[in-house]
Design a protein around this ligand. Structure first.
Ligand code: PLP
Length: 400
């Protein structure tokens, strides 16, 4: 084989990109597919943010930026975490990357040796386990059942920690679960980490803006500031500000770790686009009313989707507190048969059937470590979601 990197031995195209390929092929063939498989805002980036990027271009802000982020964006990030946690970070404790994903990659590249373990609560964002495997390290998956609100049980965490554990991944609000950790849940996890000083925390807060009703985003360092010396907090502008294409994310943590991550940036991407960084400064420091408008729109869509799914027999789904996904238990249909005589025995069978018979694209839960569920995104407008519910209902009605 041409590809001989050990890091790629166990990593291929994700289930999500496979679904994208299938959906695109169907669409090219003229089939009208309702795509609820994509994990990105359908909104355009607010115009004040775009204008800041245009101004940066006109101001000649088009040269190589500093590798680990422009001072203006770092300062905006520092101000943000001072507001959120009361903690002051210095510029060497902040690095800007091409999206939050790149920061996770840099942090793992900088710290993981073959055989090291990373604890990943399931359901999880697929890329965590894949990036861990790319480093020839080992994802240790801890199941967080729907009955527990998809929240990590502190006792299960304690059991999963070994002397090889390097990191605990924590993602709140969570993709795909929508679970949002509250203060008490975070303190309970911090109490376990207090007993194991060799375990670091990677807090992926990328969905921090997208919380609904009474749920509130709580950063771990706001609850357990004593973890500061071993916590890397990751976030970015992709989800909250509808800026997935601008590719700006960041990590905030101990200077030694952030400096190591910057070395990875230096040897790979050199820096995140300076134009996008200027836009991200406006996102963080400019008016926040677009975020509020996005959140109220997502909440309406969530309720429409969840209420619609609740009327379909055999599907189980709780109302997520955050992010923009419904994570639906479809195991009630395992053991049924399609009109063509095919058995539904797994999440993958169910998702394939929904695509073939219902022309609705969803992601099988096994991509996220949960083979009883499928993930639907509600980052689509209400008419699309209504149509999706109708199609899912009709498709499910054909299963016997
Ligand atoms: N973390 C989670 C949980 C995500 O769902 C995503 C995007 O899907 C990311 C990180 C990456 O975001 P970015 O676009 O900033 O790389």
């Amino acid at each position: 084989s041409l590809v001989t990197s050990k890091g790629l031995d166990h990593v291929g195209a994700s289930a999500i990109s496979r679904m994208m390929t299938r959906v695109n092929a169907l669409k090219r063939g003229g089939v009208d597919v309702v795509g609820l498989h994509v994990g990105e805002p359908d909104f355009d980036t607010p115009s004040n943010i775009g204008d800041a990027a245009i101004a940066a271009i006109h101001d000649g802000d088009t040269h190589y930026p500093p590798m680990d982020g422009t001072p203006a964006l770092k300062d905006a990030i520092i101000a943000k975490y001072l507001r959120a946690t009361g903690l002051h970070f210095d510029r060497p404790e902040v690095a800007v990357t091409n999206g939050a994903k790149m920061m996770i990659f840099c942090a793992f590249f900088a710290t993981l040796r073959p055989g090291d373990e990373v604890i990943v609560p399931a359901p999880y964002w697929t890329n965590y386990v894949d990036i861990v495997r790319m480093m020839q390290a080992v994802p240790v998956v801890v199941d967080c059942p729907a009955a527990n609100g998809f929240i990590l049980d502190p006792a299960d965490l304690d059991d999963a920690i070994s002397d090889k554990t390097r990191w605990l991944m924590l993602n709140s609000p969570g993709n795909p679960s929508g679970a949002v950790y509250g203060r008490d849940e975070l303190s309970a996890i911090a109490a376990v980490l207090a007993k194991h000083p060799h375990v670091w925390l990677l807090a992926d807060d990328i969905y921090e803006h997208l919380v609904y009703d009474d749920a509130a985003y709580t950063p771990m360092l706001g609850v357990a500031p004593e973890l500061r010396e071993r916590t890397l907090t990751i976030s970015g502008v992709s989800k909250g500000y509808a800026m997935t294409g601008w590719r700006i994310g960041w990590g905030v943590g101990p200077a030694e770790l952030v400096t190591a991550a910057a070395a990875v940036i230096s040897q790979s991407t050199s820096a995140a686009s300076g134009i996008s960084q200027a836009a991200a400064v406006e996102a963080l420091e400019g008016p926040q009313d677009s975020v509020a408008a996005f959140v109220s729109e997502y909440r309406r869509r969530r309720d429409l989707l969840i209420d619609g799914l609740a009327r379909i027999p055999g599907l189980e789904c709780s109302r997520p507190d955050g992010a923009f996904y419904a994570f639906v238990d479809v195991s009630g249909y395992f053991g049924t048969t399609t009109p063509d005589g095919n058995a539904i025995t797994s999440d993958v069978d169910f998702a394939d059937f929904l695509l073939d018979a219902g022309r609705v694209a969803v992601i099988p839960g096994s991509a996220f470590g949960s083979g009883t569920h499928v993930r639907l995104s509600f980052a689509s407008d209400e008419s699309v979601l209504r149509d999706a519910v109708r199609r899912i209902d009709e498709a499910c009605g054909q299963l016997r």
